[in-house]
Design a protein around this ligand. Structure first.
Ligand code: ATP
Ligand code: MG
Length: 405
């Protein structure tokens, strides 16, 4: 994806807030490779998920008959990294964040592209709902600082290994009754991973899914009391939410609390952030039993939501001074003055194209220079020139060798 200089200031502004907030909550930045062994995502994301089955960019490597994939998400890589780097025996919790591009072979549309940017966080080593509440609070505070007050938090619990089988049974019973109306993929999912049916975007399946039994009605005692404590913690922290049984998340590794932040008014791709608890992931990748909670926030979708909310205007840095020059001697002098001022910390441009004076002034206007200075042979001989404030039209004389801004 191309992001040109007229858009990068907005990306940098958003990313700056993400870094600041993550660090306030004690998360440190982690960087992992853009591609990994395909096996990592098959195991870590789940081989019955859309992401792995349909969306992953997978290639044969040049050697070793190895299959590699561009990362479709960030969590599996971070889990691998903590195992490989021996972090699992460090004091808990481990808290990491990242701002990365991810790759999924999907149908491009507003809010959905094949390369997209994501802010993600992962916390390992706490099973307490206090950890869930902290991760959610971090996501909420980023959204709030970006001015997205109409983004709603939807919360659910999909249970653990204890309660999942009972729920699974109820779910299979529900969908079996309407098997003939399901899409081919869902019929296949019914045997392999029935939870996935709740997430299907096909209208017929969706209408059966909304009537399906709810996970929150099938939680074991431990999941139920954890979910209750999470809700109480969010209440105490002043974070609004709705309990939404339709939130099940698209990836296989989730257990317990799951959530999405959904923006109104940005079209069909309205989930700006999705996350949850993934207590089985680290173990399934060959590490110790270590619980986890994290989320991913799509930066392009945030921008759509910010546009809708009118909070997407950020200031673009404009030059403080543009030096126009007449003739070769002045062109060299303009370079020297520019360099002297830049070394003193100022934003300065001068003519490096060889334009006519008129064209130079037009250009200075276009780039929004605050001041302009025009120099020719006579100004250099006198050691002085007129500096013009482009907004007020005021002129003042400056000493070429020593003036500052
Ligand atoms: P969706 O249901 O919208 O496909 P997902 O469940 O596949 O989302 P996650 O894997 O949870 O998405 O990714 C986290 C976030 O990354 C999403 O909430 C969304 O904001 C963003 N995201 C996911 N896929 C894309 C994409 N193809 N283009 C842009 N942003 C995306
Ligand atoms: Mg998706």
């Amino acid at each position: 994806m191309d992001i040109l200089p007229d858009e990068t200031p907005l990306f940098r502004y958003i990313e700056g807030i993400m870094r600041e907030e993550a660090e306030k909550y004690g998360y440190g930045e982690i960087r992992t490779p853009t591609f990994e062994n395909t096996e990592l995502f098959v195991r870590g994301v789940g081989d019955t998920t859309d992401v792995v089955q349909k969306e992953m960019y997978t290639f044969a490597d040049r050697d070793e008959n190895r299959s590699i994939s561009l990362r479709p998400e960030g969590t599996a890589s971070v889990a691998r990294a903590i195992i490989e780097n021996g972090k699992c025996s460090d004091p808990m919790p481990l808290k990491y964040y990242y701002i990365i591009s991810c790759f999924r072979h999907e149908k491009p549309q507003a809010g959905r592209s094949r390369e997209f940017f994501q802010f993600g966080t992962e916390m390992f080593g706490s099973e307490s709902p206090a950890a869930d509440a902290t991760a959610i609070a971090l996501a909420a505070s980023v959204l709030s600082r970006l001015g997205l007050r109409s983004v709603k938090l939807h919360l659910n619990s999909i249970g653990c290994r204890e309660c999942r089988p009972r729920y699974r049974e109820a779910l299979v019973k529900h969908f079996e009754g309407e098997r003939s109306c399901l899409c081919d993929t869902c019929r296949d999912r019914l045997a392999k991973n029935p939870l996935r049916l709740l997430d299907c975007k096909v209208e017929a399946c969706h209408s059966i899914a909304v009537r399906a039994p709810k996970t929150v009605d099938h939680l074991c005692e431990s999941c139920s009391s954890k979910f209750d404590m999470l809700c109480r913690s969010l209440d105490a922290m002043g974070i609004d939410y709705v309990i939404d049984p339709a939130i099940v998340r698209g990836l296989d590794y989730y257990t317990g609390a799951v959530f999405e932040f959904i923006a109104e008014g940005i079209g069909a791709q309205s989930t700006v952030c999705g996350g949850g608890r993934y207590d089985g992931l680290v173990k399934s990748l060959g590490g110790p039993e270590l619980s986890g909670i994290g989320f991913g926030m799509g930066i392009t979708r945030l921008i759509l939501a910010m546009r809708e909310a009118g909070t997407d205007k950020v200031e673009v840095v404009k030059p403080e001074l543009y030096i126009a020059s007449l003739g070769e001697r002045a062109a060299v002098e303009a370079l020297a003055i520019s360099e002297r001022l830049r070394r003193a910390g100022h934003t300065v441009e001068c003519d490096i194209v060889g334009r006519s004076l008129k064209a130079q002034m037009k250009y200075a206007n276009k780039i929004g220079a605050r001041y302009t200075l025009i120099i020719g042979d006579s100004e250099i001989d006198a050691g002085r020139a007129q500096m013009r404030n482009m907004e007020t039209g005021e002129q003042s004389e400056v000493e070429l060798l020593s003036f500052t801004l």
